[in-house]
Design a protein around this ligand. Structure first.
Ligand code: NAD
Length: 486
């Protein structure tokens, strides 16, 4: 059985079937070839209103459904992600420009998210609290109702599923707005999996569309919680709008993560970690290593070997050949990357590798003679660019690492783990990896950033997911009605 057997999905997909979207249809193009690979239905604000109302109506019965039944749907969804991994993975490659191993990580993690969510359905949801009165006093967690999920193009399957699965497991309905550039692998595949898994009607709605559709989702009165993953600029707007509508927004935003290479680090391993951190998925990852901070005793050899590696990495169409880097998602992103690289060279940085492109294929790039003001170092590039800066002592490394508004991920490489831990304590970051680069994710780990990388909210693991997708209710129970003075 194939999951995605049509070349055209001209409806928006709801868990009770296809609906003709008021927003019409749009082509999905392969970034590697420019070829149209699907026509998908796109939503407009009318579709959002309709979907949110249907989600709210369906949610009440779902919240009252026993945990075993909810868990079974999530377990089946996990199995379906595994069974259809090759087919969904193929879309992640063709639609998102991913190399196949990265697509494999996405389908594995999506399955894992569903299995973790299945366990969440029976997780204890509250606590008994003391009361000065003769009564039972509880703080219990209830589903929020309808959760709006807005996801980006770069890890389209994981970044949608990490919210969709736990939100559903906890008794909510979900309206998902994938990025229109990855509507099939980041939206339709999820809708199809949950349809096959037997999710009851009306609980999951997938509405591909642009910013205006996201804005309508944030504003819709039926939506109580927004899970947003994307840029800091859009996240700010989402946060402002959510505050205006008095609803909770979980914001997972941009980054410019540092990898600190201390003087005692193994050089070869450090270079391998640095290359992976900067070049995986063409650097289009929120946790990408955007700044390499290297001790002066190693920096020259580090740049040399990183550049050598960059020069040897094959770049091309991952659907046709074995490559390390695929295409950038579109021309707009490519031009943004190239403008930052060019501005960096104009400002005095030197290209040790890359800095060129053909079509959407951007060569892995290494920049040296970098200062804190170098544009590709100071800003999030979201491309395969590794700016290397040098430090002389740990205090300087800390100062450099802290010079950013972001705080998503931090890697520190050293043979002295305690020294690395002490350094980590001085640098604000939502995620820290000692002796690893900055890119990593697991369904069980509480993922999130601080500063301009987010509000400190988290997805992943039972505690963070319960916090994100439930409301707390204080509930008291007395055996008899109490008598008051009047
Ligand atoms: P983007 O913010 O432009 O788009 C992300 C999603 O938000 C898309 O679905 C888009 O249609 C929607 N959107 C855009 N404007 C909106 C608005 N005003 N209201 C509601 N929805 C809106 O992001 P992008 O540039 O496509 O993605 C890359 C960015 O995402 C990078 O900054 C990256 O660091 C960040 N990101 C963060 C994480 C994380 O977990 N912290 C993960 C992946 C990507």
């Amino acid at each position: 059985m194939t999951l995605l057997d049509a070349m055209t999905w001209q409806g928006t997909l709801h868990s009770d079937g296809w609906v003709e979207p008021a927003g019409g249809t749009a082509p999905v193009r392969s970034p590697a070839t420019g070829e149209e690979i699907a026509q998908v239905g796109v939503a407009n604000t009318e579709d959002v209103t309709r979907a949110c109302a249907r989600a709210a109506a369906a949610q009440r019965a779902w919240a009252a459904t026993g945990y075993a039944e909810r868990a079974a749907v999530l377990r089946r969804a996990g199995q379906l992600f595994e069974r259809h991994a090759a087919e969904i993975g193929d879309w992640i490659v063709r639609e998102g420009g991913s190399i196949p191993p990265k697509a494999g990580v996405e389908t594995d993690t999506a399955a894992q998210e569903c299995y973790e969510a299945a366990a969440l359905a029976s997780h204890p949801l509250g606590e008994i609290i003391p009361s000065a009165q003769p009564r039972l006093s509880l703080a219990r967690r209830l589903p929020v109702g309808v959760v709006g999920v807005i996801a980006p193009f770069n890890f389209p399957l994981i970044l949608a599923t990490r919210s969709v699965a736990p939100a559903l497991a906890l008794g909510n309905a979900v309206v998902l707005k994938p990025d229109p550039r990855t509507a099939v692998c980041g939206g339709i595949s999820i809708a199809r999996v949950f349809e096959e898994a037997g999710l009851p009607d009306g609980l999951l709605h997938v509405l591909p569309g642009g910013a205006e559709v996201g804005e309508a989702l944030v504003a819709d009165p039926n939506v109580r919680v927004i899970s947003f993953t994307g840029s800091t600029a859009a996240g700010r707007k989402v946060g402002e709008a959510a505050a205006r509508h008095l609803k909770r927004a979980h914001l997972e935003l941009g980054g410019n993560s540092a990898l600190i290479v201390l003087d005692d680090a193994d050089l070869d391993l450090a270079v391998s970690a640095g290359a992976w951190g900067s070049f995986l998925h063409q650097g289009q990852i929120c946790m990408t290593t955007g700044r390499h901070l290297v001790h002066e005793s190693l920096s020259e050899r580090y740049v040399e070997r990183l550049a050598e590696k960059a020069n040897h990495l094959p770049v091309g169409d991952p659907a046709k050949e074995q490559v390390a880097l695929g295409p950038i998602i579109d021309e707009h992103q490519r031009d943004k990357i190239h403008a930052l690289v060019t501005a960096s060279v104009d400002a005095g940085a030197r290209l040790a590798a890359g800095g060129t492109y053909e079509g959407l294929f951007y060569r892995p790039t290494v920049l040296t003679d970098v200062t804190p003001a170098t544009p590709a170092y100071a800003q999030e590039v979201f491309g395969p660019v590794a700016p290397v800066i040098t430090f002389t002592d740990q205090d300087e490394a800390v100062e450099l690492a802290r010079q950013t508004e972001y705080g998503l991920s931090l890697g520190i490489l050293s043979r002295d783990v305690m020294k690395a831990l002490a350094l980590a304590d001085r640098i604000p970051s939502g995620i820290v990896h000692i002796n690893d680069q900055t890119v990593s994710d697991e369904a069980v780990a509480p993922f999130g950033g601080v500063g301009a990388s987010g509000t400190g909210s988290r997805f992943g693991g039972s505690a963070a997911n319960v916090d994100a997708f439930t409301e707390t209710q204080w509930l008291t129970v007395r055996g008899t009605i109490t008598r008051y003075p009047f």
